[in-house]
Design a protein around this ligand. Structure first.
Ligand code: LLP
Length: 401
């Protein structure tokens, strides 16, 4: 929970904005670095979760690599200190320009998602006299037991190459002279909370697939298991750091690896989700026919997860916490200003009596928040404000003065 002093400072900043708790961020990354070293697991941060330069520079400084899904992410990660040889690039639809730029940079691996992509990369490398590092994304047909929009490892999903194409794939790799085949890539989904069960199963399936490829003459130097570790959206303070221990233990206990085989993971959400809140102000309190509405100045344009996935984010009234230790509670539908009925932060949420001007924290907003924001309704993009530079943020203007 935030201290009174910080809340007072937040109250003076123009809303909405993303507030980053840098202590928690550093603690999370340091914890993962320590565990990864212990388990000899290489970490590539999934840049798509959050692209703030300050965060990326710290993560790259810890020696992590970057997992990217677009040409711009590759270039951005590189400019934030990730060396090319630690950048991997996945995605089912890479354009020729994106492939060319990443190839010129000499990235660690293209995680190829179709036979045609391997063919195109091989051809381009040939034309430019280059050799491209290629890893192949496999669809292992594993149910990650998560939201259907973020499940990626089932045969019905568009990602990766499935087993009916394995033999053809192996033949193509053998024939492609301008690629350097380095290994296999997997990623079965996001916000996985049945951590031990799902990731153990993933490892067992991966062992079989690695064995199959190696038995057909392809050496697998890198086994990339993807990301997906879930975070606790219900209790962001109780579980501020995701359960990396269980994840890494599941991998160490189940993956079969040679000494010279590297194991990679690609966490995105779990590194950054809990370190930011979207801070928003109550614009109006409105009594509907049957409900009370709190109308906020942040909307689905700032953080689309509730509108898109029906995702739950904990919401706290920071101003009310300052007003009284024993407030009266009331049920509110907390909504944004956007002209869409799905622009709802939470329905029937019990909160202390709230008034115009109160500031609210929409918690666990550090992952897939700012990066998925849009300027729908011509709203401005909510900026990032960091806990250690709070005084530099743009201050509230009082138009009644
Ligand atoms: N690796 C690959 C190839 C990925 O596609 C993803 C995420 C990750 C790693 C990182 O997964 P994470 O550790 O963050 O679960 N917008 C959605 C999440 C989409 C995830 C897409 N892929 C959300 O807000 O829940």
């Amino acid at each position: 929970m935030l201290d009174i002093n910080t809340i007072e400072k937040l109250d003076r900043i123009a809303t909405p904005f993303y507030f980053y708790d840098m202590d928690l961020f550093y603690k999370t990354v340091d914890h993962v670095a320590e565990l990864a070293a212990k388990h000899d697991i290489k970490v590539h941060y999934a840049v798509k979760a959050n692209v703030e330069r300050r965060l990326l520079e710290y993560i790259s400084g810890k020696g992590f690599g970057a997992d990217c899904v677009s040409g711009n992410e590759v270039l951005h990660a590189h400019s934030c200190g990730f060396p090319a040889e630690k950048i991997v690039y996945a995605g089912v639809g890479k354009s020729d320009k994106e492939i060319y730029e990443a190839m010129k940079l000499g990235i660690e691996a293209f995680n190829c998602e179709s036979l045609q992509e391997i063919f195109v990369i091989n051809e381009m490398a040939h034309v430019h006299g280059l050799k491209a590092n290629v890893s192949v994304r496999i669809n292992p047909d594993i149910d990650a037991h998560t939201h259907k929009y973020v499940t990626t490892g089932l045969y019905e999903n568009k990602f990766g190459i499935s087993n009916h194409e394995f033999d053809k794939l192996i033949e193509i790799i053998h024939k492609s002279e301008h690629i350097n085949f380095i290994g296999l890539h997997f990623h079965i989904g996001s916000q996985i909370t049945r951590v031990n069960e799902v990731f153990s199963l993933e490892c067992l399936r991966v062992n079989e697939i690695v064995k199959y490829f190696e038995s057909r003459g392809l050496r697998i130097d890198n086994i990339n298991l993807g990301g997906g570790l879930g975070v606790d959206y219900d209790d962001p303070d109780g579980n501020a750091i995701a359960d990396f221990e269980t994840w890494f233990n599941a991998i160490s206990d189940n993956i079969v690896r040679r000494e010279d085989q590297a194991v990679h993971v690609e966490p995105g959400r779990s590194l950054v989700a809990q370190c930011a809140s979207l801070i928003s102000r109550v614009l109006f309190v409105k009594s509907g026919e049957t409900k009370n509405f709190l109308i906020m100045d942040a909307g689905m344009n700032d953080l689309i997860r509730p509108a898109l996935y029906g995702a739950y984010h904990k919401i706290e009234n920071l101003s009310a916490a300052q007003r009284s230790f024993f407030p009266t509670f009331q049920a509110y539908d907390i909504v944004g200003p956007v002209c869409e009925s799905s622009d709802v932060w939470g329905a029937g949420r019990l909160l202390p009596l709230s008034v115009r001007g109160d500031i609210m924290a929409i918690r666990s907003a550090g992952a897939y928040g700012q990066v998925m924001a849009s300027r729908y309704n011509m709203k401005n993009l909510a900026p990032a404000v960091f806990s250690d530079t709070l005084d530099d943020a743009p201050q509230v203007v009082n138009y009644f003065e």
